[in-house]
Design a protein around this ligand. Structure first.
Ligand code: AMP
Ligand code: ZN
Length: 487
């Protein structure tokens, strides 16, 4: 039984799916106007581990993620600039070129971090007809209205709206808080745009025909529509970074439940932010760390994954280079310990069971990845045989995805190759004295080879004895990497 913290109830709840054994999971995807920063990637990594843990614990997971390529404004509400247009302007490209480039870059980052691509990946621009259909139903049911050309969701029609921040009413005034001009067409300050026809972005590149005029969708409608149309009327778990909780997820719930006429998603999983010591990482300010930068500085992306796995998703994580160095050193040691295990043989299931059960308990306890990593160390520390250790590590890493078995194999092969090169290099005996008698050369060479053999067999007493004999003969020797010279 897995327990997960639920942002909706604010408690750790037993995760129960609508259909036993099956799980539908939705992830808010990236807004593809820039590279993902390592904070964004923390969120995707924790969601990836969640999906893998649910599968490991026996659920058949069907997961969907959108790609936001239209409608997301810089304020997260209906004010500010369109993020995609901003990206296009910055790089003198079209919005679709920007979307394609950064979607590709995002998936490359995911690949390097062993983040599996969800089964369904849906760009918002590919589902415009679904958004229009959903908005039509919302208007029909009286949950939406048209004002000054735009279509708005009427939050006053709901019994409950402030689901994620019941105690933070002041946060509802997003536009005001960010010092951006408020939209006067809204009936209530929490209403939000479903479809823009009248826009201050006269140069909006992507527009579609709709019953309300040519325009484009708001950001929130895309996740509701994509989720409902792809995963069905009952969603088991919805994920995102904590900043998505309000207004985005609050608005998603409002739209989806108004459209469906019943409760939609009971479990909400939010990942806390990665910050730097100077504060929040932000794409809009242009100051952010990318995975490529980490690579340029010589860090393996999986070291960053290891860094993230060692802390709980529900705690803010402060990034520092010292912290990453610590993770790199620990990761290297961990890989070396696994590389030292002898491959082959069969696992002892009885011995494996208690160690596996600590790993399972860690996952079931609100996805405690740091305890899961400890369970992995416990396997190495335990007295079980190497075959069982390797089998368990491989099994745990199917969830943690730290690439441990592969890295250990690479390390093992490199060590074997080094040993081979060293042993195959010929041992040379060089005589440094001109005109030495051939018989003496042969005698000394014989003794030096015997001494080398003794050293190789760690018989140091014998090696010393030979050296003393040579000294008595008036011969001095100098050892080098692949041989010895004498005179
Ligand atoms: P965006 O591409 O801006 O829509 O954000 C992509 C994902 O990253 C969303 O789930 C955000 O909630 C999340 N996110 C944004 N900033 C951070 C951060 N500093 N740390 C962790 N996750 C973040
Ligand atoms: Zn979303």
């Amino acid at each position: 039984m897995i327990k997960l913290y639920n942002s909706l109830t604010r408690t750790k709840d037993e995760f129960i799916t609508h259909e036993p054994g099956r799980c539908t999971m939705y992830t808010c995807g990236p807004t593809v106007y820039h590279f993902a920063h390592i904070g964004n990637l923390r969120t995707y990594m924790m969601e990836d581990v969640l999906e893998k843990a649910l599968r490991y614990l026996g659920l058949d997971v069907k997961r969907c993620m959108n790609i936001t390529d239209v409608g997301h404004l810089t304020s997260d509400a209906d004010t500010g600039e369109d993020k995609m247009l901003k990206g296009a302007r910055r790089e003198h490209k079209t919005v679709m070129q920007i979307a394609e480039y950064y979607t590709d870059a995002f998936f490359k980052d995911c690949g390097k971090l062993n983040i599996a691509i969800p089964e369904y990946v849906v760009p918002a621009t590919s589902r415009i007809a679904d958004f229009i259909e959903m908005i039509e139903v919302l208007i029909e049911k009286g949950y939406a209205y048209i004002a000054e050309g735009n279509v708005y969701f009427d939050t006053s029609k709901l019994d409950e709206y402030y689901v994620f921040n019941r105690h933070e009413a002041e946060n509802l005034e997003v536009g005001v808080r960010e010092g951006v001009e408020e939209d006067t067409a809204k009936k209530n300050k929490t209403d939000f745009v479903l479809w823009f026809t009248k826009s201050k972005f006269e140069d909006q590149e992507l527009k579609w025909d709709s019953p309300w005029g040519t325009g484009y969708p708001g950001w929130h409608i895309e996740c509701s529509a994509i989720s409902v149309k792809t995963l069905g009327e009952y969603l088991d778990i919805h994920c995102g970074g904590i900043d998505n909780a309000f207004p985005h997820h609050t608005n998603e719930i409002a739209q989806s439940e108004a459209y469906l006429g019943h409760k939609w998603c009971p479990q909400w999983f939010h990942v806390l932010h990665l910050n730097t010591s100077s504060g929040k990482m932000s794409k809009s300010s242009g100051e952010f760390l990318t995975l490529s930068l980490l690579e340029e500085k010589g860090y393996d992306p999986l070291v960053y994954r290891f860094f993230c796995m060692q802390s709980h998703y529900r705690k803010s994580l402060v990034f520092s280079w010292e912290g990453l160095d610590g993770a790199a050193a620990a990761y290297g040691k961990l890989v070396a310990r696994i590389a030292a295990l002898k491959p082959g043989g069969t696992a002892d299931e009885e011995a494996a069971a208690p160690l596996r059960s600590s790993f399972v308990s860690a996952l079931e306890n609100d996805l405690n990845t740091s305890l899961a990593v400890t369970a992995l160390y416990d396997v190495l520390k335990s007295g079980i045989d190497d075959a069982t250790k390797l089998a368990l590590i491989s099994e745990f890493d199917s969830v943690l995805s730290l690439g441990l078995i592969k890295a250990a194999e690479t390390a093992r092969k490199a060590a074997e190759k080094k040993a081979q090169t060293e042993s195959s290099a010929e041992f040379t005996v060089t005589c440094g004295r001109e005109g030495a008698e051939p018989a003496l050369i042969e005698e000394v060479k014989g003794l030096l080879l015997e001494r080398a053999e003794a050293k190789k067999n760690r018989d140091f007493a014998k090696a010393d004895e030979i050296r003393s004999r040579l000294t008595e003969m008036g011969i001095s020797i100098t050892d080098s990497k692949n041989g010895v010279s004498w005179s």
